[in-house]
Design a protein around this ligand. Structure first.
Ligand SMILES: *[C@@H]1O[C@H](CO)[C@@H](O)[C@H](O)[C@H]1NC(C)=O
Ligand SMILES: *[C@@H]1O[C@H](CO)[C@@H](O)[C@H](O)[C@H]1NC(C)=O
Length: 414
């Protein structure tokens, strides 16, 4: 009898221990996740930024700023030591569309923010307006139409000035900050550096663009077929009172993508959006879909599609009949990147379907700043990075960080 009871509890404890497993090394293992030895528990999945950072032995400060137009944003700053030593060189990281600052910390020891903190940089991470950690406004309600009336233009013109001013104030590194953007984070930086040029020149020392997007003329992805219909869809959604594609916390959205069999299909979509990749492992897939997508406004999507439909003209938002009232011209003005005088260094990948190499080259050719460069990553071109590999690649420490560090130092030494 005792033996039976003992055996029962033994088996029960095994099963119980496995109930928490949430990642596996292969697709098929997910089918049997509860009893599979190739699966384990990753405590960072669905964890708060606070606990992810603590799980890996780093320290977090949260800084709150209010933009000129009333959006209340939280920035994260991490450190290897409990004290946040001033006078270190500051890197300011800005995430892409549908993402937030979690992208820089959620890949365990190989997360970019941790690797940069290990190199002794003072690491700051922005959370754009509307994301889970920056979802307040001084008087607009989160659910309201007014709240979601923004795109990446407003991030460049309002979020970045307020955020960078605060970083400069706290760190004493005015004019010494290195801006590192990924995807939409790069678009926002070009808008900041052209529309708020004096502010940018005063506050940051240079721009590093990872998978840069400005002169968006093509998508090497089947999504390209959707572009012509985004504008009518946007108009339609606005008519029925929808201004944001998804305003839930990421954790609520893609839960089915975390388990078999949908996990395989969801990864297929992921490749469809950002490009096929050989750099990703199945154990990371639940990480993507537990953190994505952050809210995406219809205005931001429509703005990118307008640029695409104009053959890559890097122009302001097209308000149609209201253009004349807003801009004094019938055609939206361009963001004049020829006026950027800060150093700009760009990294791009050969399997990237969004930041396509020809568009990166167009941006490079349009820049007139004296210090500029573009570099394919990885330097071993038999491996090709997708749009997301710059964040998610399992070889980030080898293929990307050393080159990133060289460019950070190059900017700091100019
Ligand atoms: C930064 O400091 C200046 C001067 O003390 C102050 O006017 C400004 O409001 C501060 N900005 C932020 C965002 O803290
Ligand atoms: C480049 O990558 C390929 C594919 O992983 C590998 O076989 C090759 O050895 C690498 N070349 C160098 C010079 O590292």
């Amino acid at each position: 009898m005792l033996l039976v009871l003992g055996a029962f509890f033994y088996v029960f404890s095994l099963v119980d221990g496995r109930l928490g497993d949430n990642v596996c090394s292969n697709l098929l293992d997910y089918a049997t996740i509860l009893v599979n030895n190739n699966c384990w528990y990753n405590p960072d999945i669905y964890a708060s930024p606070e606990s992810i950072i603590a799980n890996h032995g780093y320290y977090l400060q949260t800084h709150t700023v209010t933009t000129e137009d009333g959006y209340i944003l939280n920035m994260f700053r991490i450190s290897k030591k409990p004290t946040f030593v001033a006078h270190r060189k500051v890197v300011f990281l800005h995430h892409g569309m549908a993402a937030d600052s979690v992208q820089w910390i959620t890949f365990g020891r190989r997360s970019i923010a941790f690797l940069l903190a290990d190199l002794d940089y003072d690491v700051w991470m922005a959370n754009a307006r509307g994301t889970a950690n920056s979802d307040r406004h001084v008087n607009k309600k989160l659910g309201s139409k007014n709240y979601w009336n923004f795109g990446f233009h407003e991030m460049g013109v309002y979020d970045l000035p307020a955020s960078l001013e605060h970083v400069a104030n706290i760190t004493g590194q005015l004019g010494e900050i290195v801006y590192i953007g990924h995807s939409m984070g790069t678009t926002a930086s070009y808008i900041y550096a052209t529309e708020k040029a004096a502010h940018a020149n005063k506050h940051i020392k240079g721009i590093i663009s990872v998978a840069p997007i400005a002169f968006l003329s093509e998508l090497k992805s089947p999504l390209f077929l959707m572009v012509p219909i985004i504008k009518p869809i946007n108009t339609f959604l606005n008519t029925i009172g929808i201004y944001v594609v998804n305003n839930q916390k990421p954790a609520e959205n893609l839960k089915p993508c975390l388990s078999f069999p949908l996990i395989g299909i969801c990864l297929g979509f992921w490749y469809l959006i950002g490009g096929q990749s050989t750099e990703q492992s199945y154990e990371d897939v639940p990480i993507y879909f537990s953190n994505l997508p952050a809210p995406v406004t219809t205005k931001g999507l429509a703005h990118y599609s307008q640029i695409l439909l104009k053959g890559g003209r890097f122009q302001k938002y097209d308000y149609g009949l209201d253009n004349f009232r807003i801009y004094g011209s019938f055609i939206p003005p361009v963001y004049d990147v020829t006026k950027i005088t800060l150093p700009v260094h760009m990294f791009y990948g050969l399997a990237d379907t969004l930041a396509v190499d020809t568009d990166v080259l167009t941006l490079f050719n349009n820049l007139r700043t004296r210090k500029k460069s573009m570099q394919v990553i990885p330097t071993n071109t038999s491996i090709k990075f997708s749009h997301f590999d710059f964040i998610t690649s399992k070889h980030i420490a080898k293929h990307f960080i050393p080159y990133l560090q060289i460019k950070i130092q190059e900017i700091l030494n100019t």
